[in-house]
Ligand binder design. Structure first.
Ligand SMILES: [Mg+2]
Length: 321
């Protein structure tokens, strides 16, 4: 991130002149970046979310390029829009950085942001650049989306529903573990997914139309995020481990069986979608991994695997390392 041309040798206009031409605009914009604020046509209910990543906490330069971080922070935000059943419209970007950060890192980062936004058909609505104390680099994204129907909440799961996932489980965490162990070559797809997670964004609105009763994206691990649906809905979610065998098998060769299972159950940063649907039908692209039942007398809302409570270690920002 350092080396090259430090930001301190440029003024803000110079930096913006390098970044702005890279970023996609949109016809949804009544007033484009350059004025004091953007004006957006949504024509529907608006979904809003924000997410921030910090150098040293959320990424290491040894493992992720500026472009990787651009891809990742956009995906994290757009996955949250999808998880509500919304379609993304645009993003607002903030970069707060040590003036020693290189222009080359920023331009690489802007390419990552732009590529991911373009792939999702999302406009960059505006942004902000600010300086920070030595060593600090922070990227914050705010995403807006439109919601044609009702929002899909975490609290709507009903006894008798099926639990389903769209996308992979455990790959991003497996990639992180391999990077930490210096064994990235053991599973290059997992490492690539840790650097640039993928979320099935168009499946969020599709699930909403198909009658999903609850939904979220798997950002902190299947057990932790599934437990959030259980508690918000006041139900017990039963995961059937046989449904996870292909996910575990895909990682076991690189990590061993135990760590592979831990990645699948507890791995964060995956951004696949997890939802509950009424029994009987699932939209194409979704697979059933369990079911929802009412809590027995005195039983708390919770998530079980093959009938057992499983200790989980999913990512928690404030857990001491
Ligand atoms: Mg989320």
């Amino acid at each position: 991130m350092t080396g090259g041309t430090p930001l301190r040798t440029l003024d803000e206009e110079d930096v913006l002149a390098r970044i702005l031409p890279l970023l996609p605009g949109s016809q949804a914009l009544d007033v484009a970046p350059g004025d004091d604020a953007a004006v957006v046509q949504t024509g529907a209910r608006t979904v809003a979310t924000t997410d921030t990543v910090v150098l040293g906490r959320d990424w290491l330069d040894a493992w992720s390029s500026g472009a990787d971080i651009g891809h990742k922070v956009i995906t994290q935000n757009l996955a949250d829009i999808a998880a509500m059943g919304g379609e993304p419209i645009g993003v607002l970007l903030t970069l707060v950085a040590d003036p020693e950060l290189s222009l080359e890192w920023v331009v690489d980062h802007a390419h990552g942001l732009a590529d991911e936004c373009a792939a999702a058909g999302v406009a960059v609505l505006g942004g902000d650049l600010s300086s920070a104390p030595a060593g600090v680099v922070m990227v914050s994204v705010t995403a807006l989306g439109r919601l044609e129907g009702r929002p899909v909440l975490r609290s709507g799961a009903k006894p008798g529903d099926q639990l389903a996932v769209c996308g992979s489980l455990g790959l991003a965490d497996a990639g992180l573990r391999l990077l930490q162990a210096g064994r990235a070559e053991r599973h290059t797809e997992a490492v690539a997914r840790q650097r640039r997670p993928r979320s099935p964004l168009d499946q969020g609105p599709r699930a909403a139309r198909a009658g999903a009763t609850a939904m979220l994206d798997v950002s902190d691990g299947l057990l932790r995020d599934g437990g959030r649906i259980a508690r918000a809905s006041g139900v017990v979610i039963e995961i059937e481990s046989v449904a996870l065998e292909p996910d575990v098998a895909a990682l076991a060769g690189a990590l061993g069986e135990t760590a592979a299972l831990d990645c699948v159950l507890s791995g964060g940063e995956e951004h696949s979608l997890l939802a509950t649907f009424p029994a009987g039908t699932l939209p194409e692209g979704w697979r059933r991994i369990g079911s929802v039942r009412s809590a027995a007398d005195g039983e708390p809302p919770r998530i079980l695997v093959d009938g057992h409570a499983v200790a989980h270690t999913g990512w928690d920002h404030f857990r001491p390392d």
